[in-house]
Design a protein around this ligand. Structure first.
Ligand code: SF4
Length: 484
């Protein structure tokens, strides 16, 4: 029996999110719980910790071994679930998802987890990443008569699974080896939880353990910050190319692409911007990596200035690293209004840059006559950057320099990050000097590719760097490129 609840929450664009239009948009977060009497509640907490990975919609599917319950809606985690909703999500298993759409439109039909029942078996799927051959697979599945319910790439996996006859684990492996691209996926059946990570390990996925009321409980999540919130012990990352199955008989790993054959290409942007600084991602602490990026940037870009500052909260940790290494004091010359709500009455008359100013306001009395170094973690379109720099000049800043803790973002991402097309990227066809002029800066310096990688402590070969160097670890199919 499937108990279905999908709420059509109205979603409003908020002034506090305006900078998302100038920044790489987040992707998705997943969280799964096995063997806990409050599985859905723990999944809810996990999603709460992962909210930064997707703010469009949230959903949880739970199972008590016989009945499956689902609740999902557009909106932020605390708006989507009420206490009553969580109480209705009964069972010892749960899988949850927060979404920012990178393929498929942003609407209630495309929210996750996806839930299907096929030949008496129920599957709930939560996906972080992007498949790069989903269009090709979808076309051939549709020719064979498949009817898709959503426009999401993830749905092809369920259709592939439904078509494979015989042993379930064999069918699982065959289905996943047919898809290409980035996927950290949680798949729940009535009585098992399965984690699958693509052979390149683009997106993170980790395993933690808790003490439940009926023995050991397990949590799978995009980032370790979700484990911290539910007081779970971090056990390990799911390896690139690993399929981990947890059920009553225990835990076992399959390697559909061959054991030891996967070579990681982790998304380095997780460390630059996406992941929470209190998470361990790809075995590295994000806070330390970001701070180190700032330190290396201070070695590469020496500037004579009075102060270093971030635009809160982007670039905070790199700014700290830059300031400590350069000896130039870190200051907070811009104050963020943390109480900008999601609903906001807009000014009736056109007020230039209103949405930027309502969120960030320069400290005039402090900035007057100062030579400033702004530390940013990335510049994508550059649209809000211009207004922010102008606001600093209006506040009396004598010089405004900017250092960026990653190299110029010049190429599109096909693996789950919503980078705009090359034409929309401010550095797509411009050198640093020209970008600096566009933003109204006195100078602009980017961290080198080598410096960015060095800050992580991992070898360059372990990373996807495609949006910086145009070398794509997995070639997207031609239809996908047309679609993007
Ligand atoms: Fe990450 Fe850039 Fe690679 Fe996309 S192209 S996966 S954003 S490093």
């Amino acid at each position: 029996m499937v108990d279905f609840m999908v709420k059509e929450n109205k979603r409003e664009i908020c002034p506090s999110c305006t900078d998302l239009f100038d920044r790489p948009r987040h992707e998705c977060g997943v969280c799964g719980i096995f063997n806990h009497s409050e599985a859905a509640r723990l999944a809810y907490f996990g999603l709460y910790a992962l909210q930064h990975r997707g703010q469009e919609s949230a959903g949880i599917v739970s199972s008590d071994g016989e009945n499956t319950h689902i609740h999902k809606a557009m909106g932020l985690v605390p708006d989507v679930f009420t206490e009553e909703d969580l109480q209705r999500l009964k069972g010892h298993l749960a899988v949850g998802h927060v979404r920012y759409s990178t393929t498929g439109a942003s609407n209630i039909t495309n929210t996750q987890p996806l839930l299907v029942t096929h030949q008496g078996r129920t599957f709930a799927l939560a996906h972080n990443g992007n498949l790069v051959n989903s269009r090709e697979l979808r076309n051939s599945l549709e020719k064979e008569g498949a009817i898709f319910q959503t426009t999401m790439d993830s749905e092809v996996i369920l259709h592939l699974l439904a078509r494979k006859a015989g042993d379930f684990e064999e069918a699982l492996q065959k289905s996943f080896t047919a898809v290409k691209g980035a996927f950290s996926i949680l798949l729940m059946t009535e009585n098992s939880l399965i984690a699958v990570r693509d052979p390149d390990g683009f997106r993170p996925l980790c395993l933690g353990r808790m003490q439940g009321d009926d023995g050991e409980s397990w949590i799978l999540a995009s980032e370790t910050c979700a484990l911290d919130l539910v007081a779970a012990e971090y056990i390990r990352d799911i390896a690139p190319g690993e399929m981990l199955i947890i059920d009553k008989s225990g835990m076992r790993s399959l390697f559909p692409w061959g054991e030891g054959k996967s070579s990681p290409h982790h998304c380095i942007f997780e460390h630059v911007y996406f992941a929470r600084p209190d998470s361990e991602v790809f075995g590295i602490n994000v806070y330390n990596a970001r701070k180190k990026m700032g330190e290396i940037l201070a070695e590469e870009a020496e500037i004579d200035a009075d102060l270093v500052m971030p635009f809160p909260d982007s670039g905070n940790y790199a700014a700290l690293g830059y300031a400590q290494k350069s000896g130039i004091p870190l200051e907070f010359g811009v104050i963020r209004n943390h109480y900008v709500g999601r609903t906001f009455i807009q000014p009736t008359q056109s007020m230039r840059d209103f949405n930027v100013r309502v969120k960030l306001n320069p400290v005039r009395g402090f900035l007057k006559g100062k030579r400033i170094i702004i530390v940013e973690d990335s510049i994508i379109r550059g649209t809000t950057g211009r207004s922010r720099v102008a606001a600093l000049r209006q506040a009396g800043a004598a010089e405004v320099h900017m250092v960026v803790s990653c190299p110029p973002t010049r190429y599109a991402c096909y693996y789950g990050i919503d980078f705009p097309s090359v034409e929309q990227l401010i550095a797509g066809k411009r050198e640093a000097e020209e970008v600096g002029k566009c933003l109204g800066l006195d100078s602009l310096h980017y961290l080198s590719l080598e410096g960015m990688v060095r800050a992580t402590g991992l070898p360059k070969e372990n990373f996807c760097l495609a949006c910086f160097n145009n070398i794509y670890p997995v070639e997207p199919d031609l239809n996908f490129l047309k679609m993007s």
